[in-house]
Structures are given as C-alpha cells and as structure tokens.
Design a protein around this ligand. Structure first.
Ligand SMILES: [Fe+2]
Length: 446
C-alpha cells in the first residue's frame, strides 16, 4: 500500500513537472507573433534573381506588386545584341494575417555562358529599373560567398556588411544563404530581408535554404508561402512538401535540404539526397542545410538530422557542408584531417552560448561572419572573414589528387576570437563564461 502511494506521488510530481515544462516552453514551440497590417507596393518591388533548375545557366526572377493579379512580364536583353525579349510572368496571390500581395516569377532560359544580360520587370505597365547580371563562363573555377543566419533587426546593418563583403571580393558569382534570412515570417521582416539584400539580390543569384524562422510554429510547422514565392526555384524543385533543390554550377553540385521538418519529411529527404548523390559525378559536392549535423549548442541537438544525412554525406564524398542556425562560427574536419569539412556560420546580431566540442578545429563567437568558397581545378579554398572588420578568420584548402583528398589547415596562425560579456545575474551566462575560459586554457588562447 505504502509502495503504491510512493509510486503515485512520484508519477504526480513528474506529471506536474511535465506540465510546467511544456507551459514554460509553449511560446518557444508554438507561439507566433501577430503580423501588423500591410499594403503591398503598387510598383514592382522586392525583386530577386536566383537559380532555376538543375541547369546552372538558367535563372528565375521573382517580384512582388500590388494585391491583385495583373498582366506581368520580364524584359531582357543580351548586352551583345539589340533584341529585347519578353517573358510572361506567372503570378500568385499570397494572403497572410496582415494583408495580401501578388507575387510573380519569370523563368529565363537559353542564357549563354560568358554573356551579360540586362532585365527589368513589369506589372500592369509599371516597370522596375533595369538591372544587369552575368552568366559566368565554364572554366573549372567558381567563387561564391556564404552567409549563415542573418535575421537582422528592423533597420539593421546587414546590408552594409554584405555590401562591404562584396566590395572586398568583387569577383563573386553568387550568394549562398544558410536559412533564417528573416527574424520571423512577417511582412516587416520580409521587407527587412530585401533591404539586407538590396542591390545584391537583383544582380547576383541568391541561393537559400529554409531556416526554422521561415516557418510558422505549430504541432506541424508550416512554411510561410512567401519563402518559395520569393525563392522561386523551389516551386519547380520541391519534392512533396519538402523544399529541396540540387543543381550543377560549373564543376560543383549543390544539394539543398530543408532540415527544419519532422521525422517523416526528413526521411523523404534522405531518399532524395541518396538518389541525387548516387547520380552525381561532379568534382565538388556541397551540401547546404540549416541545422548543423554536429551541433555546437549541445551534443544532443540535431541528432535526427545527423542520423538522417551524415552517413550519406560521408559515403558519397560530400566535400563541404555549409550550415547555420547556431549563431557562432565553427569548422570541423572529419576525424580532424579529411573531408567532409563541416562549417557553421552566422551574420546575425544575435550570438548564442555554444559548447566547445573538441572535434571542431576552431570556433568564433561575439561577431558576425561570412565565408568565401573558391574552386579552381582540383583545389577548393575555404576562407572565413569577420564581417564587421573584414579580417581573415579561417582558411583551409581541400585538394584532390587522384582518388586522394587532402585537407590542409591554413589557419594555424590566425587567432581564435571568442568574446562574451556575461550578465553576472544570469546562470547560463556565467556557465558560458566558464566554458569559454576552459576552452581558451585548453587551446592556449589569450
Ligand atoms: Fe535557425
């Protein structure tokens, strides 16, 4: 009798604990902010150039205009010719809690490597300005920038940081983003994202994967439709309800996953990734996903994503894994010496308290970062930069010699910088400060 009473008391306490825990986490798991009412601009705006399908030269252009569907098209011209071609645009209305907007996409085909083009978009005889872009020639050499989460605050400085990055590296061919370009799926943050990408997204393809902040929270999370209306290649490439995309650019094949989903969807993505990797004969294979397969926030984080994808990444020779979500910089070589090379990066004003897993080669915290990836024949150069100062923060090379792949760490003399000002009244801050000190002692960092 007494034994039963003890068991009942323990069960009751556990149940109360569970209820309190769910209650305290309710907003984190299920809370969505209210979207203020908005009116979509009557002039074509929020224009974004991106990739299109598996063919690296094809492009899509998306834009937003008004709140009803109107005749729309894109005009473009090869800079070497005089003929202006017109492409009809496909429109779709998106209604969100704060308002309604019409989105359009025009698909450009038959573009030629080595040619420059200019284009403008038009809805109901209202034109955008002209923009110019280049289809780079095939030369077994590619250069692009990667940024992890941006999630800028309203009127943030991300646009300034990105523009400075492209001024420092003027030969970049496109920008890859690791998800969470927006803080929440609200019109004001979509507006902020376009301010972040202003003068970049119109002239250089943007390739992004989904982040958890692109989703409306719930028992089953729902992707904000504006994500795929803007990042229009997903309209043709998605598999079921999974935002997946793969394409070959020069000698690189990219594989973009949607790591934010529930188990069943990740399983479908695994099947897709396996098929894509099996069929790929690209020299360089780069995986882009939001959740790091090796978390830097805790050893139990993102285990489902790792179980689903990491064995394929290793078995099929993925060279580089570009990831975001955990708001710090980190880089890891498999077994400390070879590929895949896993990186985590962010360019957000928010920095998270990380763990210092000793499988990683180096970390960075307290700043914002971007990475440059350059391939040239048999070598891939990966460099990371502090986005605020522009200083080199990481450097390595992946070299392919026959069947051998060698990773050369060139960052031995680049100091690791981990800055954090703890709130002494915050227990988690104090613990993070201790972890930093332990890590610095272990690595001999001053
Ligand atoms: Fe995230």
């Amino acid at each position: 009798m007494k034994h039963k009473r003890i068991v009942r008391t323990i069960c009751s306490l556990l149940l109360v604990g569970l209820v309190v825990w769910v209650w305290s986490r309710w907003n984190v798991w299920f809370g969505n902010p209210t979207e203020s009412s908005y009116i979509s601009s009557p002039i074509p705006s929020r224009i974004l150039l991106t990739f299109s399908d598996s063919i690296g030269e094809n492009r899509n252009v998306s834009w937003q205009c008004d709140s009803v569907l109107l005749p729309s098209h894109l005009e473009f011209q090869d800079m070497e010719g005089t003929i202006i071609q017109s492409i009809p645009a496909k429109g779709e209305i998106c209604e969100s809690p704060g308002g309604k907007s019409a989105f359009y996409v025009a698909r450009l085909r038959g573009l030629q490597p080595g040619h420059q083009y200019r284009y403008r978009v038009c809805t109901h005889e209202r034109y955008s300005e002209w923009y110019q872009f280049t289809i780079h020639p095939h030369r077994n050499a590619t250069e692009f920038l990667f940024v992890g989460d941006i999630q800028d605050t309203i009127a943030g400085i991300a646009n300034q940081l990105l523009k400075q990055a492209f001024m420092r590296h003027p030969h970049m061919e496109f920008l890859v983003c690791g998800g969470d370009l927006i803080e929440r799926p609200l019109d004001c943050y979509w507006d902020e994202m376009f301010k972040t990408l202003d003068s970049i997204a119109q002239v250089m393809p943007i390739l992004t994967v989904t982040g958890n902040h692109d989703y409306w929270k719930g028992v089953i999370c729902q992707l904000d439709p504006r994500f795929w209306l803007v990042n229009s290649f997903y309209q043709d490439s998605r598999v079921g309800d999974n935002q997946l995309f793969s394409f070959e650019y020069d000698n690189i094949q990219f594989f973009c996953l949607d790591s934010n989903r529930e188990f069943w969807y990740l399983w479908q993505q695994r099947e897709w990734l396996k098929h894509q990797l099996e069929a790929s004969d690209a020299k360089w294979k780069i995986l882009v996903l939001h959740h790091p397969l090796y978390s830097i926030k805790g050893s139990m984080n993102n285990l489902i994503q790792r179980w689903m994808f990491d064995d394929l990444v290793q078995e099929y020779g993925v060279d580089l894994v570009l990831q975001g979500h955990e708001h710090a910089y980190a880089r890891m070589r498999m077994d400390g010496k070879t590929t895949p090379v896993y990186t985590v990066s962010h360019c957000s004003p928010k920095n998270y308290r990380i763990e210092f897993d000793d499988r990683f080669d180096r970390f960075g915290s307290g700043s914002r970062y971007y990475q440059k990836v350059r391939t040239h024949n048999d070598t891939l150069f990966l460099t990371a930069y502090d986005a605020t100062s522009g200083m080199l923060y990481d450097s390595l090379q992946i070299q392919k010699k026959g069947h051998q792949t060698i990773v050369v760490d060139l960052a031995q003399s680049i100091p690791e910088i981990i800055t954090f000002i703890p709130d002494v009244n915050n227990r988690k801050d104090r613990q993070f400060a201790e972890r930093i000190q332990t890590y610095k002692d272990r690595k001999g960092i001053k």
